[in-house]
Design a protein. Structure first.
Length: 355
């Protein structure tokens, strides 16, 4: 005789209808859906103000309040990933090599080799772009799932769309050189061939831009036709996903492509980091409450949220203000950034397999 899963003997009941939102309408609009547009508004409002233009000395550097606070916020969201990796009892024990050995090896490499320093610096710049594209992609896929769609249907289309929306405006727009100039650091290890990449791309930017516009337009048409075809086969369109992708695309093209107020990095990093804080808090709040030992207190969640925000912002201030003063501190900050990109994508994969 073979064992029978008891669930197949239970009477069939209608599955509860899933909400179209990830958390709730209010939470989603505040943390996930409106941030791209609000970041554009923030960039417009501070452009040309003393908050953005007046420089002052801080720990040996001249900064503005805009660059200082953005840097703190960005570094804070980078370290927030360790709540998902090192504090989660379901994730950390299964993958200790990734969470303990890999960072130590990376720090050791950057402390002993300038090649490792240069490669890490360049990698942080471009992995950040890829990671940001995948965050928007992932949010959209969750909205698709909430509509009852097959999680695999349209997945590759959405991935390619988000990569196009992030990378296309960078390689063809006003901020291309600001990204690729990191290759000039290869001069520190006498790899002069790589230092020519920014100049070569700048000299051919017109051709690159036309190619991106042509290929991108073709893909957008294909994307729309593909989803029309899927809708005829029963795919249910998520208005939240459409709104998120359209507004993020507008934000990326406008900021990276044209940078009219000189606020591209502020606009794109501000909404990405804000969305990430919203994601981490919602998915990891139970872990934080348990790890802090406040689960029996009346205001457990507000206490956990306060500790979470305070600790991440404290690290953000350290990394932005002090990390450049010493090679080890700088290496530590670079390691946190690289592990943020690595861990976040890896943890989503782990949890998808667990589900």
């Amino acid at each position: 005789m073979t064992a029978v899963d008891p669930s197949v003997l239970a009477p069939h009941t209608a599955a509860p209808r899933r909400s179209a939102y990830i958390v709730s309408p209010a939470y989603d609009w505040i943390f996930f859906l409106l941030p791209p547009l609000l970041s554009i508004l923030a960039g417009m409002l501070i452009s040309g103000t003393t908050f953005d233009t007046d420089r002052f000395w801080l720990h040996g550097r001249r900064v503005t309040w805009a660059t200082l606070l953005l840097g703190i916020f960005v570094h804070a969201h980078l370290v927030a990933v360790f709540v998902r990796s090192h504090l989660d009892p379901d994730v950390f024990p299964r993958h200790k090599i990734r969470f303990v050995v890999v960072p130590i090896l990376l720090i050791g490499a950057m402390m002993t080799s300038m090649w490792a320093v240069v490669i890490a610096t360049v990698l942080v710049t471009f992995w950040d772009v890829w990671h940001s594209a995948l965050q928007t992609f992932g949010l959209g896929r969750i909205y698709d799932r909430n509509q009852g769609n097959d999680p695999l249907v349209g997945r590759r289309l959405d991935l390619l769309l988000n990569v196009l929306l992030y990378i296309g405006p960078i390689v063809s727009g006003a901020t291309m050189y600001a990204h690729f100039q990191k290759f000039e650091l290869f001069a520190d290890v006498d790899a002069l061939l790589f230092t020519q990449i920014p100049t070569a791309l700048t000299n051919h930017q017109g051709i690159i831009a036309r190619a991106v516009v042509l290929a991108g337009s073709g893909f957008l048409l294909f994307y729309l036709l593909a989803y029309v075809h899927l809708a005829r086969r029963g795919y249910k369109t998520s208005r939240q996903k459409v709104f998120l992708y359209v507004t993020t695309g507008i934000c990326s093209i406008w900021a990276w492509g044209f940078n009219p107020f000189g606020q591209a990095f502020l606009i794109m990093n501000l909404f990405h980091a804000f969305q990430y804080f919203g994601l981490v808090w919602w998915f990891e709040q139970k872990v934080l409450v348990q790890r802090l030992g406040v689960s029996k207190l009346r205001h457990a969640k507000p206490i956990a949220a306060l500790v979470f925000v305070t600790c991440t912002l404290a690290y953000g201030a350290f990394a932005e203000i002090l990390a450049d003063d010493h090679r080890f501190l700088w290496t530590l900050a670079q390691t946190v950034a690289l592990m943020h990109f690595f861990y976040d994508g890896f943890i989503w994969s782990v949890r998808r397999k667990q589900v």
